[in-house]
Design a binder for this molecule. Structure first.
Ligand code: NAP
Length: 287
């Protein structure tokens, strides 16, 4: 963060609760490096105060802001334009001010895909297995469809929620086929996939001993597979340790967090941003 002056411009994140957010750390590290006269702060906004807050952010000239739980869907009616990606996900995590009003997108998709695009794989031959069907899983599915995966297999514990998740998209939304399975199907799905993604919170600090997949089932994972956990505390999770024991390539959630933030900062500043600095700021904080 450069010295705060009368010309300092505001960026931030809205959510509730928001005190745990790592975004101020990551964004202010980048703004300092760029010597940009901006500051990024956390705004605790209760659900019932969202309309008032959005009007307030506009009136005080906020340039843009990140959006987190519980506002990722409820923000949408306040936006004059929403990108096709955010519409597909059904949630907005990044907003910026324009002459036409607030515009929104979802950079979680770009964040999720970023660590995969560096790998030498033919995604048109990969049929990923996604564990969980909550908010983050929606960005994951859209990202996998963008990569070109022909079929995306989603595993969940609640069959009604699973069906609703699948039916929230139509065949016209993307070329990938979506198939949904109960948890018991993992015994068959794990040995036949080369991309296994955890989008559940199982294994997140402080529940370090938990994994969404039983030890015995994980032994069926191919050594040529990629295991990707969206969780970034701890690094690695039990799930990723199990996968590494099978010789699989592992990816934790830190890079997604960094890359979704970098994509947002690029939108606000309209220039390249120091991704390494953002990553290091998080690594210094997350052991
Ligand atoms: P969410 O909307 O609450 O979804 C969680 C999903 O996990 C739901 O489908 C839920 O099933 C399932 N689940 C929870 N406990 C389970 C259990 N014991 N067994 C089986 N399934 C279970 O949460 P989210 O926002 O998607 O976040 C999920 C995780 O992703 C969190 O750990 C979060 O920190 C991480 N995340 C990381 C990033 C990043 O940048 N790296 C970004 C977003 C999220 P039900 O629907 O049946 O409850």
């Amino acid at each position: 963060m450069s010295e705060i002056t009368g010309k300092t411009r505001l960026l931030g994140v809205i959510g509730h609760p928001i005190g745990h957010s790592l975004s101020p750390l990551m964004h202010n590290a980048a703004l300092t490096e760029l010597r940009e006269n901006y500051v990024y702060v956390a705004f605790p906004i209760k659900p019932e105060d969202l309309a008032t807050a959005i009007a307030g952010l506009e009136s005080i000239g906020v340039v843009g802001f990140s959006v987190t739980i519980p506002h990722k869907q409820t923000i949408m009616p306040f936006l004059s334009q929403i990108t096709p990606t955010a519409k597909l996900v059904g949630a907005v995590n990044t907003v910026w001010w324009t002459e036409q009003g607030w515009q929104g997108t979802n950079t979680d998709v770009e964040g999720f895909v970023a660590p995969l695009t560096g790998l030498d794989r033919d995604w048109r031959k990969v049929k990923p297995v996604v564990l969980g069907n909550g908010g983050a899983a929606r960005a994951v599915v859209v990202g996998l469809a963008q990569l070109g995966c022909p079929e995306i297999q989603i595993v969940g514990r609640n069959l009604e929620k699973l069906a609703a998740f699948k039916n929230s998209w139509s065949r016209a939304d993307f070329n990938s086929e979506l198939s949904v399975y109960p948890w018991q199907a993992l015994a068959e799905l794990i040995p036949s996939t080369t991309l296994l993604i955890n989008t559940t919170p199982l294994g997140m600090t402080p529940h370090l001993e938990q994994s969404p997949v039983e030890e015995a089932l994980m032994q069926g994972l191919s050594s040529s597979a990629i295991a990707y956990d969206l969780i970034y505390t701890p690094r690695p999770t039990r799930f990723l340790q199990q996968a590494a024991d099978q010789g699989a390539t592992i990816i934790d959630g830190l890079e997604m967090l960094v890359q979704q933030g970098a994509a947002a900062l690029r939108l606000w500043l309209r220039k390249p941003v120091p991704v390494d600095t953002m990553r290091q700021a998080l690594k210094d904080f997350i052991p």
